[in-house]
Design a protein around this ligand. Structure first.
Ligand code: HEM
Ligand SMILES: *[C@@H]1O[C@H](CO)[C@@H](O)[C@H](O)[C@H]1NC(C)=O
Length: 477
C-alpha cells in the first residue's frame, strides 16, 4: 500500500518533469540553439545560481566569469523568468547602447517599474525619452550646477570635520553627504532637521524595496517602499503647490522644472512641458539613479587612492598646486578651481573602469535583430558585461593596473562605460564629478588615512559597493 503510493508519486513527478522539459524545449526559441550556454532547469532556469552568485562576495561577476570560461564571451541563460543573453565587446556595446532604430529599451524588473511610476524616463523610449532628457539637461549642466557649489563645498567640509579620532565607515558618510546634496539641489532641503530626517528615511525605504519581491502585503519591503514613495510624493506635492501659489521661491531643480510645467494653455509649444506626475516620477528617478551610484563611486575612489600611494601622491600634487595658486589669504575652494581638477577626473574614470558601479547594463529587445552574428528575438533580455570590456587587455593594456594616465588621451568610443554611452548616457555625470572632486579636495588636503580591513567583497545590490562599507581611520596631515 505505502509502496504503491510512493510509486505513484515517483511516476507522477516523472510525468511532471517530463512535461516541464517538454514545455521548455517547446517554448525556448529555436534561434537560441545557436547561442552557447545552458537554459538550466525548467521554469526556474539558472535563477538559483544567479541569485546565489549575486549574494556572494564577488557578486554577479562570478556568474558571468564561470559561463564565459565555459562558453565564451556570448552566452545564453534563463534567469528570473526571462530568456537572457550576456554579451561583451565594443561591437555589442555600440549596438546596444546606441539603440539605433529603437531596437532596445531599458530593462527594469517589475519591482522597479512599480516603485518608480509609469512616467519615469527609465521607462520611456524614443521621443518621450528625448523630451525628458532635454528638460533635465540644462539644470544638470556644468553651468546649471554652479549655484549648488557653495552647499556642496560646505557640506563636504562639515562631513570631514567629524572624521578625526574614530572609525569612519566611508560608504555611510558618502551616503549622508550625497543625499544632503541632492535633497538641497532638488528642493532646497536644509541639511539638518525634521524634513531632512523624513526625506532620508523615506529614501531608505524606497531604495531597499528595489530588490524585493513585489508583494503588496503590510510588512514586506515592497509595501514599505510604496508607502514611502507615496509620502515622498505628498512632500513634493505640498512644495509644488506652495511654489505655484507664490508663497515660496527657490532657485532649485524643482523650480526650473515647474517653470517648464504645463499650467494654463499659454499658446506655447506643449512639447516642452511636463505634467505633475511626469515631474514627480522623474524627480524620484533622479534621486534613485543618482544616490547609490555617486556614494559608491566616491567610496571606491578613496579606497583606490589608499591602495595606490603613487597615484595619491600625484593627486595631492594637483590639489597642493591649486592651493598654492591662491592669492592674498584666500583659503576657500572656488568654482573655477573645481573645474580645473584634470587629474582628479582621470582618477574618477580609472576608478569606474576598474570597478564599474554598474557592472552590467541591461536592455530588452523591442524587436528582432542581429548582433555579432547572433539572432536576438523580441522580448529577450540582453545584458552587456561592462566589467569584461573594462578588463580587456586589447582595449586597456595591463587592465589590473590602476593607472589614471590611460585617460591622458581620449579613449575609443564604447569602451569606457563607467557612465554608459549613447542616448542613455548618465545625465548626472557633471553633478557626480563635482561632488567627488570637492570632497576629495578637502580629504587629501587635510588628512591621511588607513584602511582597517582588507576585504574585496561587494554587497548583494545592483550598484557595486564594498560590503564592509570601507572602514578607515584618519590623521591630520
Ligand atoms: C558617479 C556617479 C554615477 C555613475 C557611475 C552613474 C552611472 C550611470 C550609468 C552607467 C548609466 C547608464 C545606464 C544604462 O545605460 O543602462 C546611468 C544612467 C542614469 N543616471 Fe547615472 N551615474 C552616476 C550619477 C548619477 C547622478 C548624480 C544622477 C542624477 C542626478 C544620475 C542619474 C541617472 C539617470 C536618470 C540615468 C538614466 C538615463 C536614461 O535612461 O536616459 N546618475 N548612470
Ligand atoms: C571620463 O569619462 C567621461 C565619460 O566617458 C568622458 O566624457 C571624460 O572626458 C573622461 N575624462 C577624462 C579626464 O578622461
Amino acid at each position: 500500500m505505502d509502496l504503491s503510493i510512493l510509486l505513484i508519486l515517483i511516476l507522477l513527478s516523472l510525468v511532471v518533469f517530463a512535461a516541464l522539459f517538454f514545455l521548455q524545449s517547446w517554448t525556448s526559441p529555436k534561434t537560441m540553439d545557436k547561442i552557447p550556454g545552458s537554459l538550466g532547469w525548467p521554469i526556474v532556469g539558472e535563477s538559483f545560481s544567479f541569485l546565489s552568485d549575486f549574494a556572494s562576495p564577488s557578486g554577479i561577476a562570478g556568474f558571468m566569469k564561470k559561463r564565459q570560461h565555459r562558453y565564451g564571451k556570448v552566452f545564453k541563460t534563463f534567469v528570473l523568468g526571462r530568456f537572457t543573453v550576456f554579451m561583451t565587446g565594443r561591437e555589442a556595446s555600440k549596438i546596444l547602447l546606441t539603440g539605433k532604430d529603437g531596437i532596445v529599451s531599458l530593462n527594469l524588473f517589475y519591482t522597479g517599474r512599480q516603485v518608480l511610476g509609469p512616467n519615469s524616463l527609465l521607462h520611456t523610449t524614443g521621443e518621450a525619452h528625448k523630451k525628458v532628457r532635454r528638460l533635465i539637461a540644462e539644470p544638470l549642466s556644468v553651468d546649471g550646477l554652479k549655484k549648488y557649489f557653495h552647499f556642496i563645498n560646505n557640506q563636504a567640509i562639515r562631513t570631514l570635520d567629524n572624521w578625526l579620532g574614530r572609525t569612519v565607515f566611508v560608504l555611510e558618510e558618502a551616503s549622508t553627504f550625497t543625499l544632503k546634496v541632492i535633497g538641497n539641489m532638488i528642493m532646497s532641503l536644509e541639511p539638518e532637521g525634521e524634513e531632512q530626517e523624513k526625506f532620508r528615511s523615506n529614501f531608505k525605504f524606497i531604495s531597499s524595496s528595489f530588490a524585493s519581491v513585489p508583494l503588496k502585503i503590510p510588512g514586506t519591503a515592497f509595501y514599505d517602499g510604496i508607502k514611502a514613495r507615496d509620502r515622498m510624493y505628498s512632500m513634493l506635492d505640498s512644495i509644488i503647490s506652495r511654489r505655484r501659489s507664490g508663497q515660496s521661491f527657490q532657485q532649485d531643480f524643482l523650480e526650473s522644472l515647474i517653470m517648464k510645467h504645463s499650467t494654463e494653455g499659454d499658446g506655447e509649444n506643449t512639447d516642452d512641458k511636463l505634467t505633475d506626475s511626469q515631474l514627480k516620477d522623474n524627480i524620484l528617478t533622479l534621486l534613485i539613479a543618482g544616490h547609490d551610484t555617486t556614494c559608491a563611486t566616491l567610496t571606491w575612489v578613496i579606497k583606490f587612492l589608499e591602495e595606490n600611494p603613487n597615484v595619491l601622491e600625484q593627486l595631492r600634487e594637483e590639489h597642493a598646486q591649486i592651493q598654492s595658486k591662491r592669492t592674498d589669504g584666500e583659503t576657500n575652494l572656488t568654482w573655477s578651481e573645481v573645474n580645473s581638477m584634470h587629474f582628479t577626473n582621470k582618477v574618477i574614470n580609472e576608478t569606474l573602469r576598474q570597478s564599474p558601479v554598474l557592472p552590467w547594463l541591461s536592455r530588452k529587445a523591442v524587436q528582432d535583430f542581429e548582433i555579432d552574428g547572433y539572432k536576438i528575438k523580441k522580448g529577450w533580455s540582453i545584458n552587456l558585461d561592462v566589467g569584461s570590456i573594462h578588463h580587456d587587455p586589447e582595449i586597456f593594456s595591463q587592465p589590473q593596473k590602476f593607472d589614471p594616465s590611460r585617460f591622458d588621451a581620449p579613449v575609443k568610443p564604447f569602451t569606457f562605460l563607467g557612465f554608459g554611452s549613447g542616448p542613455r548616457m548618465c545625465p548626472g555625470m557633471n553633478l557626480a564629478r563635482i561632488e567627488i572632486c570637492v570632497f576629495v579636495h578637502h580629504l587629501v588636503t587635510r588628512y591621511k588615512w588607513r584602511a582597517l580591513e582588507k576585504d574585496e567583497s561587494v554587497q548583494p545590490t545592483l550598484v557595486q559597493m564594498p560590503r564592509n562599507k570601507y572602514p578607515i581611520v584618519v590623521d591630520q596631515l
